[in-house]
Design a protein around this ligand. Sequence first.
Ligand SMILES: [Fe+2]
Ligand SMILES: [Fe+2]
Length: 227
Amino acid sequence: MSAAGGFRLQSEWQIADGACAGVVNCGRSGDLFSAFSGKNVKAGFLQKRSHRPAESTTQSLHPIMNSLQKLFEDQLADIYYAEKQIVKALPKMAKAAQHEDLKNAITKHVGETKEHITRIEEAFESIGKKPKAKKCEAIVGLLTEGTEIMESYAGTAGIDAAVICAGQKVEHYEIATYGCLVTWAKLLGHKKAASLLGKTLGEEELTDEGLSTIAESACNVEAEAAA
Ligand SMILES: [Fe+2]
Ligand SMILES: [Fe+2]
């Protein structure tokens, strides 16, 4: 799975100097083209990336890039809050899990998640900002639902499948957020932040794949056999 797939176009194109302001809220490549094909947009607004600008600063950015910069910082604060909640929830998931491989996978991810928090702090510092958290309603909802799923299946053969389901919902949220952040960091010229967040994105994807493997090889089968 690649949650960042829809954003690939952004990393291959850049906004040309002197282009006029327009809408940049392009979750998908199609939106990007339609946003830039309006009559108010000068020809050459987008140009194929032939050289990378030096590390960007907020002051020197084009208005549209300033919006992207704001969005980048906003979503970095969102995932900072989310990771701090996730690191508290994962040990409860590991405790609920019965299969040894699942317990181990979740426990390993507790350590990785602590690293994710540190990397976000480093990413903030790399762009000259203090780390800040913003309440993420999505992760609050996902973790609340995860607790409900795990409680509903406690003591049944379906508990491990339930834990995996709860865990993968969280991982997919993280993958989507980091996919956006890495793409935006590259566009904005924040090389260090892109590298730090890209490392985390890779770990989230591996965790998700690992959970799928455990589900397919053991937990789903056990839950079905007991039904
Ligand atoms: Fe994480
Ligand atoms: Fe994660």
